[in-house]
Design a protein around this ligand. Structure first.
Ligand code: GCU
Length: 725
């Protein structure tokens, strides 16, 4: 008999504390409180309870429970008997129910997202939603069936190896099963019967004149299927492609230069949390395709199988990773290994996945000590053992000095840089990578994160770093896009992020609980101007976009009208009259005198886009984000003496004064004692010193994240006693 997959998504009783409600899966208990800011969202243990009738079964059948996602830890009980538990909120797991099933049963799954020191993630810039937020199924199989017990894996593994010169592929299909029966394996219409050894069967196929999986252009998928005499049958789609990452040439797909240029995605939506349906996934992929990205970094954890499937079908090349993030936990080693083993076991067949990410900014709040290095070496060995076909990578925090031994562990490296947003100037991004590439010509380097927050409500004619305006975000990305295009040796570049997402600890930019670096808002309803810059660069469809559509009221006589287009020439019409034709590359800037209400239309390549603006006398205050000044945070405004030093001065300025400099160095040394990375890093890295020099002391302290408010106020009071020369 063919295996039966029975959905158990319906009719659950959800117990939080003593209250219960009737719910269906997928479900998260933080869909609202995990998104409205303030880290007071519910983190704890809840229970999901459901009646379960024994399914129709033939003699010898086996029954498994499959949980596709329980965040962050789960325990499974059947009729009050604990059957299993699982640590990790992003991978599937299964447990056999056969011997415990009665006619009528009570299934209870307790789920826990409390903080702890063993299960990642524990410290990161995103909300750790709790819940049974993906499907739960019952799987009924014949006695002889393909394995369901190893790491939630599919029981079939397909390894295509392409010979580009001969346009052929060798495809190895492996299956794991109970029993000793012959396996029939079929690929590309050819079948083979294989005798398993110890439950493991292996069949090798040659595909001549292979149809390549060729990225967005032609993501051709084959199917490998396997069947047993018992009737159990499984299949997996696969793609024949060759990935190469070269230090000088960057990323190659099937032998040709194919720089990975795209975005990152978190798996949550406004109002739904991480309990996504297929419609949410489809909508996200639709937006990725409109943008024209050829790659996605699916951060910071294993995403739903449905979404990797969509990447396979759409030719999007993926960076997959586990949530080994921000802060290393000495009791978390086992969990990093089990999350990585499950990620690879469950996702190995996806042709879209090109690299496995070991960690993200793991030295941001931890020293590079032996335990952290050993953890990474074990992950590297695990990845190498489980998958000889894909390289590993890791996303490093900007402060990590480039000589760090940790950079020797993954196969390729990447850095997250936020110059021009959190600190420093835009050009420092260029400098950092040019320094790195000059220093390490044989080391591939990627740009795993860059971005700037933007609330579409905020607009400005004089945009500047930190103002949270849509205008500045567009300006920021104009520089970044150009910088990246000039460096094809960057094997990948991923905008952080495609969508705004929930970050419970944030309360800034006029929104609670959101990281607003998205090119698109959290509800997917608004594409910010910067989205159209990348669309103009990556999507070949003729397009034209007039920026500033939300900047309606303009308190100036002449205003800049900026247009993004992939056409060579744009015609701008003001109130129906041709104002100016302009030839440019992608970014077109017009200076338009305004006096009243105006309709501004841009036409190019048969496309057009229109906005309406009006001249006003006074700037609209609603366009300006009033930021709680860091300075004000640390003491009252009237006490602040701008003639004296404070934590809001840059390291360079503070160090220019011997007394203030001594205080900062002492603080850095003390910091080094506790963390040993930042000060170490600064000490012997001129590039980093130059960059850190531009950081204000307060932003450095915030990045380091481990100094309390009182200490900062104390430090500030001391600095305020030192008059600036
Ligand atoms: C870090 C981190 C992200 C975070 C981002 C930001 O690089 O990897 O998880 O959201 O910076 O500060 O926006």
């Amino acid at each position: 008999m063919m295996r039966k997959i029975i959905s158990l998504n319906q009719n659950w009783k959800f117990y939080q504390n003593d209250q219960y409600s009737q719910i269906d899966l997928p479900h998260t208990w933080n869909a609202v409180d995990g998104q409205d800011g303030g880290n007071d969202y519910f983190r704890g243990s809840c229970r999901y309870v459901r009646e379960l009738e024994r399914p129709d079964m033939e003699a010898g059948n086996r029954v498994f429970l499959e949980v596709k996602g329980a965040a962050m830890s789960a325990q499974v009980y059947l009729n009050d008997k604990k059957l299993t538990e699982h640590q990790g909120g992003y991978s599937a797991f299964r447990v056999e129910l056969t011997g415990y099933l009665q006619e009528k049963n009570e299934l209870c799954i307790t789920v826990d997202n409390s903080d702890n020191d063993t299960v990642y993630p524990q410290k990161a810039d995103f909300t750790f939603y709790g819940g049974l937020y993906r499907d739960v199924n019952l799987i009924v199989v014949p006695k002889e069936h393909f394995d369901l017990s190893y790491c939630g894996a599919p029981g079939i593994r397909v390894t295509p190896v392409v010979n580009l010169a001969e346009k052929s592929a060798v495809v190895t299909v492996e299956t794991w099963q109970t029993g000793t029966g012959e396996v029939t394996v079929t690929v590309d219409g050819k079948s083979r019967s294989v005798t398993p050894e110890n439950g493991h069967a292996r069949a090798v196929f040659e595909i001549a004149d292979v149809h390549l999986w060729d990225g967005i252009k032609d993501p051709y998928l084959y199917t490998a299927s396997a069947s047993l005499a018992s009737g159990d049958e499984i299949s997996a789609r696969f793609g024949c492609r060759a990935y190469t990452i070269d230090a000088q040439k960057g990323f190659l797909l099937n032998g040709r230069s194919y720089p990975l240029r795209g975005v990152s995605r978190h798996q949550d939506w406004k109002g739904a949390g991480n309990a996504l349906t297929m419609e949410h996934h489809r909508k996200d992929m639709e937006i990725v395709r409109e943008l024209g990205a050829n790659t996605l970094r699916l951060a910071h954890y294993q995403h739903a199988q449905e979404f990797y499937d969509l990447c396979d079908e759409n030719g999007i090349i993926v960076w997959a990773e586990i949530p080994y993030i921000t802060m290393h936990m000495k009791n978390g080693r086992e969990n990093t290994l089990s999350q990585m083993e499950e990620l690879i076991a469950q996702c190995y067949n996806h042709p879209s996945i090109a690299v496995w990410g070991l960690s993200n900014e793991i030295t941001a709040a931890s020293a590079v000590n032996e335990d952290l290095l050993e953890n990474h070496k074990l992950l590297q060995e695990l990845c190498r053992r489980m998958d000889a076909t894909r390289p590993t990578t890791m996303a490093n925090v900007f402060m990590l000095e480039t000589e760090s031994p940790i950079l020797d562990i993954p196969d390729v490296n990447s850095y997250n840089l936020y110059f021009g947003w959190y600190l420093g100037e835009l050009e420092q991004n260029d400098e950092f990578f040019d320094d790195y590439h000059r220093k390490y010509p044989d080391r591939p380097i990627g740009f795993s994160e860059y971005g700037a927050d933007a609330n579409p409500q905020y607009q400005s004619s004089q945009p500047e770093k930190g103002d949270y305006t849509e205008s500045y975000q567009a300006l920021y990305h104009e520089h970044m896009l150009e910088m990246i295009e000039k460096r094809p040796w960057l094997w990948a570049a991923h905008v952080w992020n495609l969508f705004d997402f929930a970050a419970d600890g944030r309360d800034e930019g006029g929104k609670h609980g959101e990281n607003q670096k998205g090119l698109v808002t959290f509800d997917r309803k608004t594409k910010k101007d910067a989205f159209y810059l990348y669309k103009a660069a990556w999507n070949p469809e003729p397009m034209v976009h007039v920026c500033g559509g939300r900047y309606v009221e303009r308190a100036e006589e002449v205003t800049e009208i900026k247009v993004y287009s992939n056409a060579e020439e744009v015609s701008l019409y003001v109130d129906g009259e041709l104002f100016e034709k302009q030839k440019a590359h992608r970014v077109f800037r017009f200076s338009v005198p305004i006096s009243g209400e105006h309709t501004i239309e841009a036409k190019a390549a048969g496309q057009s886009d229109t906005i309406k603006i009006r001249r006003v006398e006074q700037p609209n205050p609603a366009y300006v984000f009033v930021k709680k000044q860091d300075v004000v945070n640390w003491f009252d405004q009237d006490e602040f003496d701008p003639e004296c030093y404070s934590v809001s001065d840059t390291l360079a300025d503070l160090r220019a004064n011997p007394e203030a400099g001594a205080i900062v160095n002492r603080m850095m040394e003390k910091g080094a004692a506790s963390r040993g990375d930042v000060a170490e890093a600064v000490k012997d890295n001129p590039g980093l010193q130059r960059m850190m020099g531009r950081m204000t002391l307060i932003s450095l302290l915030k990045q380091a994240g481990d100094i309390d408010e009182e200490s900062i106020k104390q430090l500030n009071r001391v600095l305020q006693k030192i008059r600036k020369n």
